[in-house]
Design a protein around this ligand. Sequence first.
Ligand code: B4P
Length: 191
Amino acid sequence: MRLVLLGPPGAGKGTQAERLAEDLGVPHISTGDLFRAHVEAGSELGREAQQFMDQGQLVPDRVVNRMVAERLGAQDTAPGFLLDGYPRTLAQGEVLEAELAGRGAPLQAVLRLVVPEEELVRRILARAEQEGRADDTEDVLRKRLAVYHEETEPLEAFYRQRGLLLDVDGIGSVDEITARARERLREVAEA
Ligand code: B4P
């Protein structure tokens, strides 16, 4: 299955993506994780990405698109994939659509995790205490949320128009949310 997980920072994308990808037997591809691995390794791409991430800004589309196209070219995506945190702009959505059309393997669903803003802030500040991620401070988080509204939200209409958007209530325990997402995916598989 070829899926995208959409949602604001703190919605639980990474948390749910890991579980759903395992269920489906497809790789979990998180652009945030890929960038953090590059930063850790001190690669040129990591140095370029870090300056944007630390300020809560999006890494430029050309950098992200190239990295994702390369990752999608790997053998393990033959049964499908679960993209987490990509696309994040309309331009990325268009590039992904063209890339997948070229392979004759379009997206089958986009799951959107719906979580109110005060809960997002609560979760990210809790993670800041546990993990100390550089972009989890309150100021940077406000910036990430503003960027989400401006740059990423237009993708909701983009995917709704294509009949791909499925909403999942993202409030509750991690298990409850996974169960809801599985139910939505069952509907897609049976359609
Ligand atoms: P990401 O790594 O994608 O960061 P994120 O939006 O915060 O999502 P994440 O997956 O980490 O958090 P989650 O909601 O699972 O991106 C980081 C940065 O990388 C971006 O700001 C940008 O600079 C760059 N980037 C990445 N992709 C890009 C792209 N395509 N284009 C341009 N730039 C890009 O979880 C948050 C917290 O909530 C966790 O601590 C989790 O434990 C907790 N949680 C999850 N579910 C919960 C639940 N049900 N109840 C309570 N807490 C829960």
